[in-house]
Design a protein around this ligand. Structure first.
Ligand SMILES: [Zn+2]
Length: 389
């Protein structure tokens, strides 16, 4: 745990970097390596998706609210997961959905979706892989690089976190997840070749964001427990991560959703400064597995931030802090329907400054309940065949 007392007050940037590098901090760092964009902020700012995926100024306006308004130490300006694929030539469905409001309360029900890669899959074999010469100049990648530049200038005291997809996730986007994953069994050389040839794209995009002013990089590579076995991570992706991390010129945080306890030891050995982990993993157990390796997370998006009350968020955050998680954050890109009140409850609770509503007397750790439910279900299903590759 990196909450050893340090002379304060520190800037958010100092606090985040110290926590990442194992140096003392003045208070619990709260910083997200993934999106904190909400519909509420989009409406307030008059900035929305899809422009706030591929135009630097709207991206920066939406991203900086985490630091200027909600109490986080960080700003992270890449809200989706498809910009790297877009710059590699994938067709993107940008998600121009209409806003929908509850007629009686005016509450936002829905708005623009996250974009996705459109079928058909752009590539079929590793021989199709070409990283364009202007990869970093394309609208999708350039917008993030320029947003980092803007944010660095505007907020010298904030931690600016860049983000890229790793070669495993880029392979899902460019070859299709099923087509890619089946080759873990059918043709391991195909998988190795995809990872090998896509590595330079992840490294170049990361270093361009660092050059633009990012303090650290979140590398998202979704070798998640429901699709991929721990041994598959170890044999296919860990060596690739070990090659990538020293070539990125700043601390790198791996992000991977889902169950990951069984591979955290491998992730620790892959050269990352930290791991951003999800709610499926108990934070106390995770810390016991990784020891002094840094963890970032793991406030539940879907059971707590989306449907819980700020008081429930606070109970969960206090448990995560007590587990010794080094940097407190939502587990992944938050659903944009999350209210600003819940979003702001995370830093407030992490710092002991949360003020609960006196009328709420039954606040509880919804993530703990969720994990208990999942454990029960998977015990009941464990007689069936294992599907992960
Ligand atoms: Zn995720």
């Amino acid at each position: 745990m990196s909450t050893t007392a340090a002379p304060g007050p520190m800037t958010g940037r100092e606090r985040f970097m110290n926590a990442l590098l194992g140096a003392p901090v003045d208070q619990t760092p709260v910083a997200s390596p993934t999106s904190l964009a909400t519909y509420e902020e989009m409406r307030r700012l008059g900035v929305e998706w899809p422009a706030a995926h591929y135009e630097a100024e709207p991206i920066a306006l939406l991203a900086e609210r985490s630091y200027t308004t909600h109490g986080y130490d960080s700003i992270m300006p890449y809200f989706s997961i498809i910009l790297g694929a877009g710059a590699l030539g994938a067709e993107i469905e940008w998600g121009k959905d209409p806003w929908e409001f509850d007629k009686s309360t005016g509450k936002i029900i829905s708005g623009p979706r996250m974009p996705a890669v459109q079928p058909p899959n752009p590539w079929k074999t590793p021989d199709d892989i070409v990283i364009p010469n202007d990869f970093l100049e394309r609208r999708d990648t350039k917008a993030v690089i320029d947003a980092v530049k803007i944010l660095r200038e505007r907020h010298p005291e904030a931690a600016v976190v860049g983000k890229v997809m790793g070669p495993w996730t880029l392979s899902y986007h460019m070859f299709g997840p099923q087509e890619f994953l089946i080759n873990v069994i059918l043709d391991p050389d195909y998988v190795h070749a995809c990872l090998e040839r896509l590595m330079p794209a992840s490294i170049a995009f990361a270093n361009a964001q660092i050059e633009a002013g990012a303090d650290a990089i979140c590398l998202a590579d979704h070798s998640t427990g429901d699709l991929v076995r721990a041994e598959t991570y170890r044999d296919f992706l860990m060596p690739v991560h070990q090659t990538i991390t020293p070539q990125i010129d700043a601390p790198v945080i791996l992000h991977c959703c889902g169950k990951t306890l069984d591979r955290m030891q491998y992730i620790k050995d892959a050269g990352f400064e930290a791991f951003h982990f999800a709610t499926e993993n108990d934070p106390h157990e995770a810390k016991a597995v990784v020891g002094d390796f840094k963890l970032v997370g793991n406030v539940s998006n879907f059971v707590t931030l989306l449907i819980g009350r700020p008081e429930d968020v606070a109970v969960e955050v206090e448990d995560i802090v007590s587990a010794g998680v080094d940097i407190i954050a939502p587990e992944c890109a938050i659903p944009p329907q999350v209210t600003n009140a819940n979003l702001a409850a995370v830093p407030a609770a992490a710092r002991g400054a949360f003020e609960p509503d006196a009328s709420v007397t039954d606040a509880k750790n919804l993530a703990d309940e969720y994990r208990a439910q999942v454990a029960q279900q998977s015990a009941a299903a464990s007689a069936g065949p294992a599907l992960s590759l």
